[in-house]
Design a binder for this molecule. Structure first.
Ligand code: NAD
Length: 245
């Protein structure tokens, strides 16, 4: 996943307590820690060592300790981290203590899959609106939500207090949809269309492109094959570290 961030994003939340400045890579790993912590909490454990949490999140423990130190969380020597407290801290930093309403624009193959996925709610997001430009899709019900025409975006954004827009339209339509989202006050966009969006300062865009992820894996396959072909073969490397995850 890649992202474009504009400094000084005003956000819409109003009086929010000052947040620590966090490296973007740390922010990107916090949701992994949160997922791992929830899984650990479900097993009934109240504390977790940095190594245990690092393993569960798939990162190295020194990196994890550094990341968590940015939140002022150092754990207790010999005990580790308090699981419930750390969940609370990470959720607070990520702004997940309030449920955010999401509008999904483009309800085709991918849009249907996203709209039908029940897992967002437990992670702090509610798909509150489905919008499409195709009149034949308007009125269809998916997971209890009725698809509305994209021309209704302004009204829907106010009615549902939309804070995040997800674009799942074909690439040629994506910029116009982004412009519409920005025009109705949305300042965070998740873009699945394979194109670069141009947005004003203060609007954050993240892009998800599975083809790019596959191309990166393809590079690593290619590289492993070329190393295996060398005399001595492939050195024993940690593939995840090599890939940088
Ligand atoms: N990021 C990924 O990993 C990934 C994976 C698969 C598909 N995609 C991308 O997701 C997008 C959707 O793919 P799909 O297979 O669901 O396509 P699709 O053609 O099945 O669906 C696209 C939907 O967007 C609607 N649409 C078109 N223009 C619109 C507009 N201006 N406003 C609102 N709705 C509009 C269409 O009516 C249609 O319902 C494509 O850009 C595709 O390349 C991304």
């Amino acid at each position: 996943m890649s992202q474009h961030r504009h400094p000084g994003a005003p956000g819409r939340a109003g009086a929010v307590p000052a947040l620590p400045e966090l490296p973007e890579a740390t922010v990107a790993r916090l949701p992994e820690y949160l997922r791992a912590l929830h899984a650990i909490a479900e097993t009934g454990h109240e504390t977790v060592s940095s190594e245990g949490l690092a393993n569960a999140a798939g990162v190295n423990s020194a990196k994890l300790r550094k990341d968590l130190s940015h939140l002022g969380s150092y754990g207790t020597r010999g005990v580790g981290y308090d699981v419930a407290l750390l969940i609370e801290q990470i959720e607070s930093v990520l702004g997940l203590t309030q449920c955010r309403s999401v509008a999904l624009v483009g309800v085709g193959n991918l849009g249907h899959a996203l709209a039908g996925y029940d897992g967002f709610a437990s992670r702090g997001f509610r798909i509150a609106a489905l919008l499409d430009a195709d009149p034949s899709r308007v009125g269809e019900e998916i997971n209890g939500l009725v698809v509305r025409h994209v021309d209704e975006l302004a009204r829907v954004a106010v009615e549902e207090s939309i804070s995040i827009g997800v674009i799942a339209t074909p690439a040629p339509a994506a910029q116009a949809v982004a412009d519409q989202l920005v025009a109705v006050g949305v300042t965070s966009i998740l873009n699945f269309a394979p194109c670069v969006l141009s947005v004003p300062e203060g609007v954050d865009v993240r892009k998800v492109d599975l083809a790019i992820e596959l191309q990166i894996l393809s590079f690593h396959e290619h590289r492993k094959a070329s190393l295996t072909a060398l005399p001595g073969g492939l050195a024993a490397t940690d593939t995840q570290e090599a890939i940088g995850t």
